[in-house]
Ligand binder design. Sequence first.
Ligand code: G3P
Ligand code: MG
Length: 250
Amino acid sequence: MSETGLVLPRVIAHRGLSAHAPENTLAAVRAAHAAGCRWVELDVQQLGDSTPVIWHDAGVRRCSNGRGKLRHLDLAQAHQLDVGSWFSPSFRHERMATLDEMLALIVECDMGINLELKVSYRHSPAALAKAVVPRLLAALPPSRLLISSFDRDALRTARDIEADPNRLRLGLLYDKLPKDWRADAETLLAYSIHLDWRKLKPAGASAVRAAGLHLLCYTANDPEVFLPRWAWGVDAVISDDPTCFTNALS
Ligand code: G3P
Ligand code: MG
């Protein structure tokens, strides 16, 4: 495989191996690696002091022992949180991962990453992309990196930072395929379209593939129910439990 060539696996671990470890943590990525996953999908956003961290929600309540908004925390405060016990007491020592800590682990495990730029209320999409994209480009080869977002402005800033679509792959995240997806994809020189698997229709899948784009679906956890969609042209599925898919695919 060339330095820039990207070959996606059929299954990507959603927020790490989130069926078996607390989502978006170093433990979840280690678990994904131990389970044989080659790629993980993770979410990134910024703390109040601008540090990029691996986190999904705008607040910390659901996945930690704390309360409040992420944007009201600095790194020292964020590191006080126990982000594992909500999932299981055995993860009580887990701490919120910075992007840099997570990238070091991804490199160590020789994995690929689909990093979702998660733009929350009152955060600047451009600031997030500027804080994240240069770190990614410095840490990983293009063959192990795919940036996605629901936010067009965040993706536009990412494309401004690296204009070559073979050096930086961008994925457009949608709930269902909108009418203007082609214009978005052309403007951003996108690599892929990522859709909610329940909203995918055969005609939409064909159109995406005919446009030369890759097609990813999130977040599917039942390989039997998902099965017909492979024949529609889906390239990869993002799953909380990739092991059930890899067993079904082998
Ligand atoms: O990137 C696919 C999926 O992660 C998007 O939704 O809410 O799980 O980040 P969410
Ligand atoms: Mg996500």
